[in-house]
Ligand binder design. Structure first.
Ligand SMILES: NC(=O)c1ccc[n+]([C@@H]2O[C@H](COP(=O)([O-])OP(=O)(O)OC[C@H]3O[C@@H](n4cnc5c(N)ncnc54)[C@H](OP(=O)(O)O)[C@@H]3O)[C@@H](O)[C@H]2O)c1
Length: 243
């Protein structure tokens, strides 16, 4: 049975691996914030974790291997997946976490370079990462893609309040998630999107009510999903939510 789409509001907790021994994960933007915490947790669970970072001068969490990865650079994306293939020989989990956002301006005041950059990091990056990672992820059933999205991209929610490029990039990322499920679930891929909530990081700011540990909880849960469980969902706080 291929993974099926979860139903918001009425889904029991899906089965997850207790240990990721022998599995390999790539997390983008893993040098700080939510991505660093996801990488740290996956390594703690036993996975071999490649921590994508734009600059090799950045520190990555303990027990993770730094991999140079600016998600806007297709050459970096291809090289990272090749490096993982050559050194680890497999890939089980891709976490598209790297993100940027400008939360101040409505669209008529947003700078065009900001729009371009936001789409490039938040949407084109995960699309290219997925493109290059799919072949190794599909080598065995149960490969996972976790797209770190945002409730700000949920088109069922109020869309006022600025951050146009950020919102639309995350709506697009949700669309990518649905596409990946539609196209590859019958080959065993589990692709899910997740809103981490409003988290105290450089992006979220100090006023954010959530600690990084809480923000990393559901993305990590989705990275631990067992084969044939759930895909094509949008999640927050361990539960599927509306798109
Ligand atoms: N914090 C929140 O409240 C919140 C809410 C909803 C969704 N999210 C999502 O959660 C994810 C992580 O956010 P965060 O709060 O942890 O943000 P953060 O602390 O600002 O970290 C962002 C990470 O993305 C990396 N990054 C930026 N541009 C990149 C690029 N071109 N290539 C590779 N890496 C790049 C940064 O690397 P550098 O250090 O090199 O800049 C950093 O590691 C994002 O996708 C964000 O949209 C966050």
């Amino acid at each position: 049975m291929p993974p099926r789409r979860p139903t918001p509001g009425s889904e029991p907790a899906p089965a997850t691996y207790d240990s990721l021994d022998g599995q390999v994960a790539l997390v983008t933007g893993a040098n700080r914030g939510i991505g660093a915490e996801i990488a740290r947790r996956l390594a703690e669970l036993g996975a071999r974790v490649y921590a994508g970072t734009r600059s090799v001068r950045n520190e990555v969490p303990e027990n993770c291997e730094a991999v140079p990865l600016d998600v806007t650079q297709e050459g970096d994306v291809e090289a990272a997946i090749t490096q993982i293939g050559e050194t680890a020989g497999r890939l089980d989990v891709l976490v598209n976490n790297a993100g940027v956002g400008n939360f101040d301006d409505p669209l008529h005041e947003e700078q065009t370079p900001t729009i371009d950059r936001t789409f490039s990091v938040n949407l084109r990056g995960p699309t290219l990462l997925s493109k290059y990672a799919l072949p190794p992820l599909l080598e065995r059933p149960g490969g996972r893609i976790v797209n770190v999205s945002s409730g700000m991209g949920a088109i069922g929610e109020d869309q006022s309040g600025g951050a146009p490029a950020y919102r639309v990039s995350k709506t697009g990322l949700n669309g990518l998630t649905a596409y990946l499920h539609g196209e590859y679930a019958d080959q065993g891929l589990l692709a899910n999107a997740v809103c981490p909530g409003w988290v105290d990081t450089r992006m979220g700011g100090e006023e954010a009510p959530r600690a990084v540990a809480e923000g990393a909880e559901t993305p990590t849960m989705l990275a631990r999903l067992r084969p044939d469980t759930l895909g094509g969902g949008f999640w927050r706080d361990g539960r599927p939510i509306e798109w």
